[in-house]
Design a protein around this ligand. Structure first.
Ligand SMILES: Cc1cc2nc3c(=O)[nH]c(=O)nc-3n(C[C@H](O)[C@H](O)[C@H](O)COP(=O)(O)OP(=O)(O)OC[C@H]3O[C@@H](n4cnc5c(N)ncnc54)[C@H](O)[C@@H]3O)c2cc1C
Length: 556
């Protein structure tokens, strides 16, 4: 398989077919760029560690048309809560639940999907296989890489035949997980605590429908030290997450299959429960972000770039957002309409977000521990107050949607914006760097949206820059077209309002985007605002040229 890849054929080589590597390949393919994905295992994972696919990630997946298939494999609606219990069959201590996230709210056309990582990866793989631009090479391990000014030479080994190959790629995305060999080969340091504690995941099959039907929850936390029971699939596939302490003599080999079965029965509270052990996994909780996300032509993404506690469910989500930021930039450089300098903004934009999500996840871990301590203390008021705090763990729309980039590819409009620092509350904001807010639109001209009855502003952003302005705009539309043509940058222009291409369906888009009727906003292919003019200008062409030049890395 690898044989037919030559350097000219491999613009981007992706290491790792986890959620981040597969998403990277799909994002590139949708932009017309070929990607070779190498994965050392024979298939995607068989272990359901992550479940929360957050709203922003569902927005990224939205144009791929996979949501229906994911929902069919997801936990049912109405389960998005944590319950503290003595055991699944035993006494309930308390519960936390965020506002209803089963139906889209005003801020997004999408909602969280609780689908286990093994099902999620398998779905991404099936979807990746539908693109002719993607070559998936399983049982293929990266063993070394070396780069020069023209490209990257990647040494690969087939794990069945042991055959060695060298593939030449223009760029490499290292999505090879928390113990990234690529990161190690590039000597990129990880900053932050590297060993918070040690954990085992026990993945087992047992029919728990009678209990889960009466009190559905995505997680049941044992108040008596039997770990956290996470609902994975159907009513019969579960995961126990449990810390162990090597300093007190506990070692991975102590978790024999027999002991794992006993731990599963103890968590459920049924000593005779029929249980089948599926697999186990050991992992170390860390809170680290790589010192840099780019070394020459190689980019770290996902757990290779940041590894942090799962409390909050941001790990894979942050990684998918990394490659969403990176893919369009790589595609633009490969296709020749952006300067390679644009690639430097990947680190500039994503590393602070990775750090913010690391800090958020660590704080959630502290909240988790505080709840456990309160329960052990037996003080009912302390328990109630600690559990109330836990809602921040599940209710994180501000953290998920409210992040704002800062880099040389963004042109400030002089405002600082109202980007919230509240992890629970997202305040729509169109400051350059922010995710362009969602507004429902109704097509005015039938040709504008291929017959869609209503669509989100988010549906306009994927393959090119987009200029949004009002229908009375006489400046920005023609200025943007002239500037884009001059710079050779793909651009679509839409007028929103009576007589335009779309009308706002519900919220007034100019209010959310903080524009007057003659303002305009330029949005990047990843749906983040690149440039904004809140009103008209006599220098429209020059301003838009400046915006597009910065956004494509052409500004000196
Ligand atoms: C208990 C638990 C619960 C979690 N819950 C959530 C959650 O709800 N939401 C969330 O977003 N995240 C969650 N996470 C985190 C999430 O699982 C990770 O962040 C995610 O797996 C990272 O994806 P990745 O693609 O970067 O890396 P990985 O999933 O680790 O994939 C890396 C891939 O690279 C391959 N690879 C490694 N080295 C090589 C090599 N040399 N050559 C070829 N291939 C290689 C590996 O085999 C692997 O398939 C959770 C984690 C745990 C442990």
């Amino acid at each position: 398989m690898v044989d037919r890849w030559t350097s000219a054929d491999t613009p981007v080589l992706v290491v790792g077919a986890g959620p981040v590597g597969l998403s990277a390949a799909i994002l590139l393919a949708r932009l017309g760029v070929k990607a070779l994905v190498v994965e050392r295992h024979a298939s995607t994972t068989n272990h359901p560690k992550s479940r929360a696919v957050l709203t922003r990630t569902m927005e990224i997946l939205r144009p791929w048309g996979v949501e229906g298939d994911l929902r069919a494999q997801a936990l049912p609606p109405g389960a998005f809560r944590f319950i503290w219990i003595e055991s699944l069959a035993g006494r309930e201590i308390g519960r936390v639940e965020p506002p209803n996230r089963d139906v889209p709210g005003p801020n997004s056309p999408n909602t969280i999907c609780m689908v286990a990582q093994d099902a999620f990866e398998a779905q991404l793989r099936r979807h990746a296989e539908t693109y002719r631009e993607i070559e998936l090479s399983f049982a293929t391990e990266l063993i070394a890489l070396d780069q020069d000014e023209q490209g990257v030479s990647v040494r690969l080994r087939n794990r069945h035949s042991r055959e060695l190959k060298t593939v030449r790629a223009s760029y490499v995305i290292a999505a090879d997980g928390a113990s990234s060999r690529v990161r190690e080969a590039l000597s990129v340091a990880m900053l932050g605590p590297g060993e918070l504690d040690h954990n085992i995941n026990i993945h087992f099959r047992a029919e728990l429908a009678p209990w889960v039907r009466t009190r559905p929850a995505v997680g049941y936390i044992s108040s008596v030290g039997n770990g956290t029971l996470l609902w994975a699939h159907g009513t019969d596939r579960w995961l126990i997450l449990r810390a162990f302490d090597p300093a007190r003599g506990e070692r991975p080999e102590h978790f024999t299959p027999q002991r794992c079965l006993e731990l599963a029965r103890a968590a459920v509270g049924m000593p005779d429960l029929p249980v089948e052990l599926i697999n186990i996994a050991f992992w170390t909780r860390t809170a680290q972000v790589a010192q840099r996300f780019q070394v020459g032509r190689v980019f770290l993404a996902g757990d290779a770039a940041h590894r942090f506690p799962p409390t909050g469910g941001f790990g894979a989500n942050t990684g998918i957002q990394d490659v969403h930021n990176l893919a369009w930039k790589l595609a633009a450089v490969v296709r020749g309409w952006a300067h390679p300098r644009l690639l430097e903004t990947y680190d500039e934009e994503r590393r602070p977000i990775a750090q913010a999500n690391t800090d958020f996840s660590v704080t959630n871990g502290h909240r988790w521990a505080a709840a456990q301590q309160a329960i052990l203390s037996g003080d009912e008021a302390a328990v109630a107050s600690a559990l109330k705090e836990q809602v921040k763990h599940l209710d994180s729309e501000g953290q998920d949607l409210g992040f704002c980039y800062a880099s040389g590819a963004l042109v400030s409009d002089g405002t600082r914006g109202a980007i919230t620092r509240n992890s629970q509350v997202y305040v729509p904001c169109a400051v350059p760097g922010a995710r362009a807010p969602h507004v429902w639109l109704r097509p005015v001209k039938p040709s504008a949206a291929a017959g869609a009855p209503r669509l989100s502003t988010l549906d306009l952003f994927e393959r090119q820059f987009v200029l949004l302005s009002g229908p009375r705009d006489e400046f920005w539309r023609s200025a943007a077209q002239a500037a884009a043509q001059d710079l050779g940058i793909p651009l679509s222009v839409y007028a929103i309002g009576p007589g335009g291409d779309f009308e706002s369906h519900g919220d007034d888009w100019t209010q959310l985007y903080e524009l007057d009727a003659l303002g305009a906003v330029l949005v990047r292919p990843d749906g983040h605002v690149a440039w904004r003019a809140r009103g008209p200008s006599n220098h429209a062409v020059a301003l838009l040229r400046q915006g597009l030049a910065a956004a494509s890395g052409r500004q000196t």
